[in-house]
Design a protein around this ligand. Structure first.
Ligand code: CMC
Length: 430
C-alpha cells in the first residue's frame, strides 16, 4: 500500500509529501527533505506543531484529557498501593515487568542506593542553601565522573544497571540536599525499605529516632511519582532527547532534563503555585486579585498551575491529584487551608471567560504541592520531587532514541532576519 500524500503548492510548483499515521488519530506530514530538495523550511518557533520523533512510550490526547503510559490509561495506576518502580521499569523496557524482573530491578536499586563517597563529599563544597535543582543537575552530571563504565550503554542489561543507579541515587541526592540545607546529618538509605518509604526515611529520620512512614503517605508519594513519570515530548524530555541526539551519555542528558524542568513555566510551576496559595493564605493577596492579575496583559503574572500546551481540557493528572488530596486528608484526619484556596481559585478561573475561551484548566502542578506539603516536603524541594518522578521517562525516551538506528543529531533551522551582509568597522571609525 502506498503512503498517503499531501501536496504543498508553492511558486507554481506542486511538491508531494508523505503523510504518516500514528496508532491513534494523529497524522504527520514528512517535511524532512523539503529544505534539501526545495530550499523551503517550515516555521514552528516553539515546535508546537512538530513531531520530533516517533515514540511508543506515552500517548496524550490533549483535547479529550487522555494520558496513557505504554497504552495503559493513567487512571489505572490510581489504586490502593501503586508502585512507582513497576511503572519506571515499564516505561523503560516497554511492558509491565513480571515478578522476577521487578524483584531483580528492586535489588539493583537497593544495591546502588548509596552515593560514592566522592559524590557525597561534593555536598561539603556546595553552599548549604544552594537551590536544590542546581545541586541535582550538578550531581547527576557528576555521576559521569564516577560511573564511567556507563558512558556507553550497549544493551538492556547496561541500561538497567545505569537506570538503577540513576533512579536510586537521585532519591539519596534529593534527601541529602534537604538534610544539608537544615544542617542535619545525612541519614543513609535502608535497603530493607521500599523506594518511597526509604526516601521519606532519609528525609525525616534522625539518628536513633526512626521516622514512622504512614502507609497513606507512602502510597500518596508513589502516586505523585507515577503521575509525573512521563509526559511525551515536554520541554525537559525534549532537552534530554536533544542532548542525547549528539550521542551524549545518559547522565549528561538527564542533567539537561533537570535544568529544563527547573523553569517556572515547566516543573518549577509547582513552587510558584505554592507561593501563590501561601500568599493568599497569609492575606498578601485575594484569589480574585490573582485571577485579575493573570488576565491583565500588562502584568507578567500567570495563574501558575493553569494552562498547558497540549491539554485543552482538564489535565488527567490534576484530576487524580485533586481526588488524592481529599482522600489523603480524610485518611490522615487533617486539613490544609491551602486546598480550599486552590479549589476556590479553580472555581473562579473555570467560570471566567478569559480562561474558558483559552481552554485553560488546572495542570499537574496545581494540586501536587498540596499533597507534597501533606508529606512534610518543603516547597523548595517540590521541583526536585517532579524530577525524581520524571527520571524514568527521561531514561525511556533517551533509550528509545538511542536504540533507533534512524536517530540523527537534532539540529533545527532558523529563519534569519538579521542584517544582510555588512562590513566590519574598525573601532576608531565607530
Ligand atoms: N495564566 C494566564 N494566562 C495564561 C496562562 C496562565 N496560567 N496560561 C496561558 N495563558 C494565556 C496566554 O497568555 C495566552 O493568551 P493570549 O492568547 O491572549 O495571548 C493563551 O493563554 C495561550 O497561552 P500560551 O502562553 O500561548 O500557551 P503555551 O502553550 O505557550 O504555554 C504554559 C503553556 C504551560 C507555559 C502556560 O499555560 C503557562 O505559562 N502556565 C503557567 C505555568 C504552569 O503552570 N506551567 C506548568 C505546565 S504543566 C507541567 C509541566 O509541563 O511542567
Amino acid at each position: 500500500m502506498s503512503t498517503p500524500q499531501a501536496k504543498l503548492f508553492i511558486d507554481h510548483k506542486e511538491i508531494p509529501l508523505s503523510v504518516y499515521s500514528g496508532t491513534q488519530d494523529d497524522r504527520a506530514i514528512d517535511i524532512t527533505k523539503l529544505y534539501d530538495e526545495h530550499h523551503i523550511m517550515t516555521y514552528d518557533p516553539s515546535l508546537g506543531n512538530t513531531a520530533i520523533c516517533r515514540s511508543e512510550i506515552t500517548y496524550i490526547d490533549g483535547g479529550k484529557g487522555i494520558l496513557r503510559y505504554r497504552g495503559i490509561p493513567l487512571e489505572q495506576f490510581d489504586r490502593p498501593t501503586p508502585n512507582f518502580i513497576e511503572v519506571a521499569w515499564m516505561l523503560i523496557f516497554g511492558r509491565l515487568p513480571n515478578k522476577t524482573e521487578l524483584d531483580e530491578f528492586r535489588s539493583l536499586l537497593s544495591e546502588h542506593e548509596l552515593l560514592h563517597e566522592g559524590l557525597r563529599n561534593q555536598f561539603q563544597v556546595l553552599p548549604a542553601k544552594a537551590p536544590p535543582m542546581a545541586i541535582l543537575s550538578a550531581m547527576i552530571s557528576m555521576m559521569a565522573c564516577y560511573y564511567e563504565e556507563f558512558l556507553t550503554v550497549v544493551d538492556d542489561q547496561s541500561i538497567a544497571e545505569a537506570s538503577a543507579r540513576l533512579i536510586s541515587k537521585v532519591r539519596t541526592i534529593a534527601a541529602f540536599t534537604h538534610r544539608r540545607s537544615l544542617g542535619l546529618p545525612f541519614i543513609y538509605p535502608d535497603p530493607g525499605m521500599r523506594y518511597c518509604a526509604n526516601f521519606l526515611h532519609m528525609m525525616f529520620s534522625i539518628p536513633y529516632r526512626q521516622f514512622t512512614v504512614e502507609p497513606e503517605i507512602e502510597d500518596a508519594l508513589n502516586l505523585v511519582l507515577i503521575l509525573h513519570a512521563d509526559h511525551e515530548q515536554n520541554c525537559s524530555t525534549s532537552a534530554v532527547r536533544v542532548v542525547g541526539s549528539a550521542q551524549a551519555n545518559l547522565f549528561a542528558s538527564c542533567s539537561a532534563g533537570v535544568s529544563a524542568l527547573w523553569g517556572p513555566l515547566h516543573g518549577g510551576a509547582n513552587v510558584k503555585v505554592m507561593e501563590m496559595l501561601e500568599s493568599i493564605y497569609r492575606g498578601g493577596r485575594k484569589p480574585e486579585d490573582c485571577i485579575e492579575a493573570a488576565k491583565d496583559k500588562t502584568n507578567p503574572f500567570r495563574l501558575f498551575g493553569f494552562g498547558h500546551r497540549v491539554y485543552k481540557n482538564y489535565d488527567p493528572r490534576a484530576k487524580i491529584l485533586k481526588k488524592a488530596c481529599d482522600r489523603v486528608f480524610a485518611k490522615l484526619k487533617t486539613q490544609d487551608p491551602l486546598l480550599n484556596i486552590a479549589r476556590e481559585l479553580e472555581e473562579r478561573a473555570l467560570a471566567d471567560d478569559y480562561f474558558v475561551e483559552r481552554k485553560l484548566y488546572p495542570n499537574v502542578d496545581f494540586y501536587s504541592g498540596i499533597l507534597l506539603r501533606a508529606m512534610g516536603i518543603p516547597t523548595d524541594m517540590f521541583t526536585v520531587m517532579f524530577a525524581i518522578g520524571r527520571l524514568p521517562g527521561w531514561i525511556a525516551q533517551w533509550k528509545e532514541a538511542h536504540e533507533n538506528p534512524g536517530t540523527r543529531i537534532i539540529r533545527p533551522r532558523q529563519l534569519y532576519v538579521g542584517n544582510p551582509e555588512t562590513r566590519y568597522v574598525p573601532i576608531e571609525e565607530r
